[in-house]
Ligand binder design. Structure first.
Ligand code: NAD
Ligand code: DAU
Length: 354
């Protein structure tokens, strides 16, 4: 048994689905079902006894203690977070609570539980902290990609809160010996991505004939990775990673935002032509994000060298899969946009989970 936090979100949801599809052991999925948590993502697992969903908060220590004592996981994979930079600018409080206090609470609960295990189980236990490349700050055009030793220079409330949580995880390894693994991944894209982030927002807006907002000059650069490749990297690190180590994960796909938006438009124009003309007509340059990081890029050589991980999807194949998925799942999109999935929560979990 493993415990996953945030497994109703974008990456956590993909991880849970991939883990069980790959024949992984049963898991407890603890998620507070914030606006970003969507149980419809997990609908195909209905009736699968290997998936135990718990509607709850990582800041709730008694709940964490109860779950750990009852299910006795061999590992925790910690995705739960507030994840959207723009939201962190409008309201940083929730980012401090979930990302810092939540991670602290989870680390403390994990440590207490880990101390009850016998020597062999203590050695085998893993706490996998899922982090981001944004903690390293912004790169100039001529700078080398982020390696694991790159100094921390977080620039947004989101990345500062993730950086703080990274420091806590590191300290729990060094001070208490808790077997912590940490991964820093670049921008993910793929199925079940909430349409507030650039790629899903562009897809759903373009399909609806709405404006495609591009911040500033559109030349900020991100390194894009298909979510399935990230999930596989986490499985590899969990299985073979060395406690106390961090691993950077990236796709080697540096692209400007405007090129991303144009690539999405081109695919939609091909797969679902619009009689009104190319979707590029919908692109609008809008006010920039305050403190907008210019460039992220990941040096993923360590995980390649030590664990043999490499991305399987190219940006072209991954984006095509993603666009097709959104075209094939209009109900998921409509329910997310209307908020109807929130009614689904009450219907399926009675407001309290299982
Ligand atoms: P997301 O916003 O889609 O999902 C977050 C999930 O956490 C949601 O299901 C939400 O309900 C849950 N959650 C939030 N607060 C909670 C709390 N207090 N208790 C329990 N559950 C709570 O995020 P995501 O994009 O899937 O990101 C997952 C993790 O990966 C985050 O830690 C993020 O920092 C990291 N990450 C994301 C990316 C990316 O490109 N999206 C890249 C690198 C790292
Ligand atoms: O790098 C990893 C990070 O990637 C994760 O840690 C975050 O959780 C995840 O949200 C993502 O952060 P970004 O801020 O890079 O992602 P976002 O999709 O919000 O924006 C991508 C780029 O597109 C960024 O330069 C801002 C720009 N953008 C975004 C939106 C939503 C636009 O130009 N227009 C938009 O409407």
């Amino acid at each position: 048994m493993i415990l996953v936090t945030g497994g109703a979100g974008f990456i956590g949801g993909n991880f849970v689905l991939d883990w069980l599809a790959a024949g992984g052991e049963a898991l407890v999925n603890l998620d507070a079902l914030t606006y970003a948590g969507n149980p419809e993502t997990l609908a195909t697992l209905a009736g699968d006894a290997r998936h135990v969903f718990v509607h709850g908060d990582i800041c709730d220590r008694p709940l964490l203690d109860r779950l750990l004592a009852t299910h006795r996981p061999r590992a925790i994979v910690h995705f739960a977070a507030e994840s959207h930079v723009d939201r962190s600018i409008h309201g940083p409080g929730e980012f401090i609570r979930t990302n810092i206090e939540g991670t602290f609470t989870l680390l403390e609960a994990a440590r207490a539980y880990w101390n009850t295990l016998d020597a062999a189980a203590r050695r085998a236990f893993r706490f996998h902290h899922v982090s981001t490349d944004e903690v390293y700050g912004s790169l100039r055009a001529d700078e080398a990609p982020f390696c694991e030793e790159h100094p921390y220079q977080p620039n947004s409330p989101y990345s500062a809160s993730k950086a703080a949580s990274d420091h806590l995880a590191r300290a729990w390894f060094h001070t208490y010996g808790l077997p912590v693994l940490a991964t820093h991944c670049s921008n993910n894209y793929g199925p079940f991505h909430f349409p507030e982030k650039l790629i899903p927002l562009t897809i759903v807006n373009a399909l609806a004939g709405r404006t495609l907002p591009v911040y500033g000059d559109g030349l900020n650069v991100r390194d894009w990775l298909y979510v399935g490749d990230h999930c596989r990297a986490i499985r590899d690190v969990l299985a073979q990673g060395r406690p106390g180590e961090t691993y950077n994960i990236g796709g080697g796909n540096e692209m400007t935002n405007i090129d991303i938006v144009r690539a999405v438009c081109a695919l939609l124009d091909e797969l679902r032509p619009d009689p009104a003309g190319s979707r590029e007509r919908l692109i609008a340059f809008v006010a920039d994000r305050p403190g907008h990081d210019r460039r992220y890029a990941i040096d993923a050589r360590k995980i390649g060298r030590e664990l043999g991980w490499r991305p399987r999807e190219t940006f072209e194949s991954g984006l095509r899969k993603t666009v097709r998925w959104y075209l094939d799942h209009p109900e998921w999109v409509a329910n997310v946009q209307s908020g109807a999935y929130r009614g689904w929560i009450d219907k399926h979990y009675g407001g309290a989970g299982t």
